[in-house]
Design a protein. Structure first.
Length: 125
């Protein structure tokens, strides 16, 4: 399982792209998608809503369980991935590409986001 080097990661297993014009993309990692099992429902934050770093902002429901979705940054949701709402299995099949979850205009970035190598060490245990 390889984590793209250009992304940053939360200890709660979300990834964050580099911001373009202040807007970054958020998704869950392949590690999290595999742990969840087959995702069958995604409740994502509403466009225009405020999310706070480290706090829940939605849920992913799988055949195994329901897991909270945490925001890795503080800011305003600018877009959600309607493809994932319509086909939640994208989270499993393409967690770093088509299975992204939402975009956020960053107001504040936490210092504790991990590099790909740090995230790999975090999940190795």
């Amino acid at each position: 399982m390889s984590n793209p080097q250009q992304l940053r990661y939360s200890k709660e297993h979300e990834w964050l792209s580099a911001a373009e014009d202040g807007v970054a993309t958020v998704g869950i990692t392949e590690f999290a998608a595999n742990a969840l099992g087959d995702v069958v429902f995604a409740q994502l934050p509403e466009v225009g809503s405020q999310v706070t770093a480290g706090e829940t902002c939605g849920e992913l429901e799988s055949t195994k369980s329901v897991s909270d979705l945490y925001s890795p940054v503080t800011g305003e949701v600018t877009e959600i991935n309607e493809d994932v709402v319509n086909d939640p299995s994208l989270v499993n099949s393409a967690p770093f590409e088509g299975g992204w979850l939402f975009k956020v205009r960053i107001a504040e970035e936490p210092a504790e986001l991990l590099s790909a190598d740090e995230y790999a060490a975090h999940t190795a245990g």
